[in-house]
Every structure is written in C-alpha cells, then in structure tokens.
Design a protein around this ligand. Structure first.
Ligand code: HEC
Ligand code: HEC
Length: 339
C-alpha cells in the first residue's frame, strides 16, 4: 500500500515535471546566443554600441550589399571599395546544411538547391556566433594583421574592408551598423540539428537550472565557432592530377563554374577578366589549367592572385574547406569536356 502511494506520487511528480518542461520549451525562432545566456553563458564580446549616431541594421545591410549607405546627415557615403562588394566573396544567408561541419560538397549541393553562390569567404549568417576569425593558415597570408582580428569581429571587418575588398576603412558608425546587421542574422535554434532527446535535455536544463554546462556544450557542438582554413597546394604533377582521385563528376564541375567562377567573372562583375558560360571561355581555361601561368585555374584557385594594397582587385584563394581537392578535379573535368 505504502509502495503504491510512493509510486503514484513519483508518477505525479514525473507528470508535473513533463508539464513544466513543455510549457517553457525554447522556440525554434529563439536566438542561440539568448539561450546560451539563459543557460549561464557569457555575452559575446562584440555587442553593438547603438549609442553612436547613425547606427542601423538597414545601413549595415546596405553597406554589405551595395558598398554605399546614407549618413546621419542625409548625404551618401563614399563607396567602400571600387573593386568589390562584401557580397562578392561572402554569402548573407545560411550556406551549410549542417553547421557543425565545414563540408564543401554539402555546401555546394546546398548552394545549387538554394540558388546561392559558392565563395571563398564564409557566410555572414551566424558570424556573430563565431569567436575566432581568419583562422588556421590565414596568418600566412595576412601575417601580423590577423593578430588584432583573430578575436575581435570589429577588427576582422576592418581587415577585410581594406585588405580583402581593397577599399577604405569603415567609420565607427558603419562598423557598428554592420555589427547590428550581423546581430540580427545570428543563428536561431531551428538552424541546429538537434534530436528530440537533445532538445529535451536543453529544455530540462533551462527549466531546472541544472546541467547548464552540459546543455551549453551540447548547443555549441552543433555549430562551428570558428571557420577552419587550410591552404593547400595544387597537385605535384598537374597533368596527372592528384594521386588519390580516381573518379570525376563533370556535372559537379559545372555547378562550381556556375556558382563560383561566374559569380565574379561573368560580364566582368567583379573582375576585369571576363568569363562566360560559353565554350570559348571553357576552352581557354582548359588550355591553361595545368600550366604554370596566370591563367591556370590550379594556380588561381589554390594561390589566388596577388593584391597590391589599395590599387588593384585580386582573386582570393580557396582553402581546402571552401573547395575540396575532388571539387577542383571535377571543375577540371568540366572544362576539359568543352573540347
Ligand atoms: C575579395 C573577397 C572578399 C571581399 C570583397 C570581402 N571579404 Fe571578408 N573575407 C574574405 C575571405 C577569403 C575571408 C577569410 C576567412 C573566411 O571567411 O573564411 C574573409 C573573412 C572575413 C571575416 C572573418 C570571417 C571568419 O569567420 O573568419 C569578416 C568579418 C569579413 N571577412 C568581413 C567582410 C566585410 C564586412 C566585407 C566588406 C566590407 C568583406 N569581408 C569583403 C574575402 C572577402
Ligand atoms: C570573389 C570573386 C572571384 C571568384 C569567385 C573567382 N574569381 Fe577569378 N579573379 C577574380 C579577380 C578579382 C581576379 C583578378 C584579375 C582582374 O580582376 O583583372 C581574378 C583573376 C582570375 C584569373 C587570372 C586572370 C588574369 O588576367 O590574370 C583567372 C584565370 C581566374 N580568375 C579564374 C577563375 C576561376 C576558374 C574561378 C572559379 C573557380 C574564379 N576565377 C573565381 C575574382 C574572382
């Protein structure tokens, strides 16, 4: 009898607990960062300073997509760069189906189905949730400049504005506006791939205040806080290609050409060097692919072309995470198929 009572009491408590949990479920639209803070996590170091005159999300978006916006007094700003827009090299939307991994083929497939470009820079979507920038081998390219930008999103923006985009430094209110836009496009809980069990664990931790570290770690294991970057060389023997690639996918190569190369080169959008979907362009690239000259795709994809500060646009290289060895061979096969 006594046992029966205890059991029903336990069952009642269990029911109440379930009830309580479901009434405070996090919503798919909740910001990941807000949930982390609710779970005892720290605020991000790059909170927008909206006390500065002229700061707005819209202005941030305009700067990123057009390079120009309106000043607080109504006049237009000078164009940030005469060569590029931020969106020449970065997406504004989510670009990876699983945010926990940097998988260039999954990203390309996602770009094809969502009509996005496939680019050298990492997307701005969720950049506010990252804590480290210009990771890995970027120190080889930008040297000491990386030091101040590694853990400071404001400095990372300025480094890219001047060095990647080859343009002017942004004013303080412009940087804060870009940050304000980034803050609006932080990751949402719905962007994370969580199993039902995991979602429940997070809810439990929110409601009970227990196991908060576990819940935060769980959430943070579902997206990358730093975009990994490894520079790799073209294959030793360019005509033979890499040893470990046995099959190529021409259609995949076509997708790379369309979503990457043509994004900048078609109609000279962001480069003086014009390429089109025509056979002539493909034949030209095919002819130079394996060579050791400025028109070699191996050369420009892996080493980029060199910038002359403030004077010239240049092509950024693709890291291994932004274009895989297999993908570059697929691109080569596509170009060769033009013959
Ligand atoms: C010519 C190409 C290019 C242009 C133009 C460009 N970027 Fe970048 N940017 C890159 C590359 C390549 C990286 C390397 C790191 C990465 O994103 O993976 C980068 C990195 C960054 C990072 C650090 C990201 C990270 O996770 O490491 C920020 C922030 C950034 N850019 C902001 C901007 C802003 C703001 C603009 C416009 C003012 C801009 N970029 C224009 C190519 C470019
Ligand atoms: C983010 C924009 C961007 C993307 C994406 C891009 N390029 Fe470029 N590329 C440039 C710029 C800028 C130059 C510098 C030359 C210029 O503008 O005149 C350049 C230079 C080149 C050159 C050397 C031209 C010369 O005159 O020396 C080749 C070849 C080239 N790109 C091929 C490609 C191929 C192939 C792809 C796709 C894998 C590609 N590019 C993707 C922007 C881009």
């Amino acid at each position: 009898m006594k046992y029966m009572f205890t059991i029903s009491l336990l069952a009642f408590i269990g029911l109440a607990a379930t009830w309580q949990v479901s009434s405070i479920d996090f919503s798919p639209e909740d910001n990941v960062q807000d949930i982390l803070v609710q779970l005892g996590g720290e605020a991000l170091p790059h909170t927008v300073n909206s006390n500065i005159e002229g700061v707005s999300v819209e202005k941030g978006m305009e700067l990123l997509t057009t390079g120009i916006t309106t000043k607080a007094n109504g006049g237009k700003t000078k164009k940030q760069s005469s060569h590029f827009l931020c969106t020449s090299c970065h997406n504004m939307l989510k670009e990876d189906p699983d945010l926990a991994v940097a998988d260039p083929q999954a990203r390309l497939d996602y770009a094809v189905s969502n009509g996005l470009p496939f680019l050298q820079g990492t997307t701005f979507y969720g950049i506010i949730n990252r804590t480290s920038f210009y990771n890995g081998d970027y120190v080889k390219k930008y040297g000491d400049l990386v030091e101040d930008a590694r853990h400071d999103l404001r400095n990372a923006i300025q480094l890219c504005a001047t060095t990647c985009a080859q343009g002017r430094l942004l004013e303080e209110w412009e940087v804060e506006s870009i940050l304000a836009y980034f803050e609006q496009t932080g990751l949402k809980m719905k962007d994370l791939i969580l199993s039902e069990v995991e979602a429940n664990q997070i809810n439990q931790a929110i409601s009970s205040g227990e196991d908060q570290d576990m819940a935060r770690n769980l959430i943070q294991s579902k997206y990358l806080q730093a975009s990994p970057a490894h520079f790799i060389a073209p294959p030793e023997n360019r005509s033979k290609g890499p040893e470990d690639i046995s099959q190529v996918d021409i259609e995949n190569g076509a997708a790379i050409y369309q979503h990457s190369c043509l994004h900048c080169h078609e109609n000279q959008r962001f480069s003086l060097f014009e390429l089109g979907p025509d056979k002539l362009s493909l034949k030209f690239l095919d002819k130079h692919f394996n060579k050791y000259n400025r028109y070699s795709t191996y050369q420009v994809v892996r080493w980029g072309t060199s910038p002359i500060p403030g004077k010239k646009s240049y092509m950024p290289n693709y890291t291994q995470e932004r274009m895989s060895v297999q993908q570059l061979e697929d691109l080569k096969a596509y170009m060769a198929s033009s013959n």
